[in-house]
Design a protein around this ligand. Structure first.
Ligand SMILES: NC(=O)c1ccc[n+]([C@@H]2O[C@H](COP(=O)([O-])OP(=O)(O)OC[C@H]3O[C@@H](n4cnc5c(N)ncnc54)[C@H](OP(=O)(O)O)[C@@H]3O)[C@@H](O)[C@H]2O)c1
Length: 320
């Protein structure tokens, strides 16, 4: 099978397509024929060698895929050869024609959901669910600001929040992106490039602060986020690319909480709950991943450039 291999950390060009042996499942493992692989910003951080956890070289990047079960190991009972699945996390990387997973990393993909959409599930929907429900404990009737709603995580958060009965205010940086998040269920949209966009959020929320903020770029926004929370509000840091100055009094005066959320910190038990909810959302069609761009597997370096230049409009996926 063909797979992208990284033999040294560095720029996108360190990824190249190589031929390798077919994968064999051990006990409790599943091999999936990958039809599409999700490209996440974290894949680029890892490839560059800057991420806290570095895989042993050489390695195949990628954590998410949509595909078909090719073979199952001893003791696997939840999936069978030929099943359509999405994978979330993997023993080997998903930028390949095959991926080896533990059974717990493989989830059913309903007929009406494409393989490309399956590849958009694991990291984006996983962290959006974890941040919204497990960390912020958001409830129906509350207001959430999805700060950076046009990308993979943001679209997921908008759909999840809307389906759960929250009032959703979503931000984007382009007219096209704002139209997308309105279509995906946001009640109101605001352009985060506008200098007064935080005031606009409060005015859209009838003069009140918001209950929850899901923050994709905390190094830019956290200081202002704390000023537009309601009493008892929670801001969840999902993405950050630097440092930021805050006024701690803004948190103190509101009994507010700043919460971090990293998908890799989720326990097996927590992930099982998250994916049970995500599969249900696919089945009842409240979750509909949006694909921005499909790129051939051999052009993975191009995909890494594109994901970091992102003008949000859903997910980038690699096609095998
Ligand atoms: N904590 C975790 O476990 C976890 C998991 C997944 C992702 N992440 C992180 O979360 C972030 C988003 O991931 P993604 O996959 O959704 O990336 P993506 O598809 O590239 O989307 C990036 C998003 O950031 C938005 N953005 C740009 N400038 C912004 C600003 N000033 N304020 C608010 N938002 C802004 C973009 O909006 P426009 O392009 O419309 O301006 C877009 O919606 C990344 O930093 C990623 O590393 C963290």
């Amino acid at each position: 099978m063909k797979a992208i291999r990284v033999r040294e950390f560095g720029g996108p060009e360190v990824m190249s397509l190589e031929e390798g042996p077919d994968l064999q499942p051990g006990p409790g493992q599943v091999v999936v024929t990958v039809k599409a692989a999700g490209v996440n910003p974290v894949d680029t951080y890892i490839r560059s060698g800057q991420y806290a956890k570095r895989p042993a070289l050489p390695y195949t990047p990628g954590m998410d895929s949509g595909g078909v079960v090719a073979s199952v190991g001893e003791g696997v009972s939840g999936v069978a050869v030929g099943d359509r699945v999405y994978t979330a996390g993997a023993v080997t990387g998903t930028y390949a024609e095959q991926v080896l997973c533990n059974e717990s990393q493989v989830h059913p993909l309903p007929e009406h959901v494409s393989y490309q959409q399956g590849a958009a599930m694991g990291v984006p929907y996983g962290i959006a669910y974890r941040a919204l429900f497990n960390r912020a404990v958001a409830k129906a009737g509350e207001t959430v600001l999805v700060h950076g709603a046009t990308g993979g995580v943001g679209v997921a958060a908008v759909q999840l929040a809307r389906a759960a009965g929250l009032r959703v205010i979503a931000t984007g940086g382009t007219e096209k992106g704002l139209k997308l998040v309105l279509e995906q269920g946001a009640h109101y949209v605001v352009n985060h490039k506008a200098p007064d966009h935080c005031e606009e959020v409060v005015s859209l929320n009838r003069g009140r602060g918001v209950d929850v903020i899901l923050e994709m770029l905390a190094n830019v926004n956290l200081g202002n986020d704390l000023k537009i929370l309601d009493q008892g509000g929670r801001v969840v840091v999902i993405g950050s690319r630097g440092t930021v100055e805050i006024d701690p009094r803004d948190a103190m005066s509101r009994d507010a909480s700043i919460l971090g959320a990293l998908l890799f910190n989720a326990s097996e038990h927590e992930l099982a709950g998250i994916h049970a909810a995500l599969v249900a959302g696919l089945e009842n069609r409240t979750l509909r991943p949006v694909i921005r761009r499909e790129i051939p597997l051999a052009e993975a370096p191009q995909a890494h450039i594109a994901v970091m230049e992102s003008t949000g409009y859903g997910k980038i996926v690699l096609i095998t």
